[in-house]
Ligand binder design. Sequence first.
Ligand code: PGA
Length: 225
Amino acid sequence: MKTIWIIANWKSNKNISEALDWVSKVGSKLPKKENLKVVICPRFSCLSEVKAAIQVGNFPIMVGSQDLSSFEPGSYTGEESASLLSELVSLAIIGHSERRKNFSEDDQIVAKKTTQALANNIIPVVCVQGSDTPIPEGCKLVAYEPTWAIGTGNADTPENANEVAEKLKERYDIGLEVLYGGSVTSQNVKEFIVQENISGVLLGKASLDTEEFIKIVKECAGEAN
Ligand code: PGA
């Protein structure tokens, strides 16, 4: 049995009351299993409230961010440094293709952000678009997310995702955990997580809806013990 990660990337969605409503509807419905890691990544400005609600409910949910700064704390207007974020998050998505495309993030910036995350005890989840994308040193968790599959309803095949994951592991580190992301739903999630080299999923759209998200977690729970 392997650890299964289910990471919800809410992107730029949900105001604070919508985020808290989601937590209260989903939190108590999730199975508690050691090898099932459920993470939600809200907007920066919701992190504090979301984290408090999870703690009060004692829900089996970790909190992550969708990004972090490549700089230390200091004179960097608008940035969220890893050291300050570490009070709130245990994981951070780094190098998502939407950041690479819209905010000119390149592999060097992704590597710097990964260094910041690791130095501050935040687990970096580095998004890669294929088996050739560089993986920064020290990164143990990556998400294979082909850009054409993101938000299109056109997921990669589980077999191809498994092959890409296998190549990544061979190239970098056999202990690397690889997630798949791109149009994952409650209908197709099981096919991905049963693949030998896939250790979970990164969800966008399907994570916004409470019922759909609960279904996805339940589909995954049987594979994690
Ligand atoms: P999607 O997004 O599930 O809506 O395709 C995935 C992602 O952007 O991580």
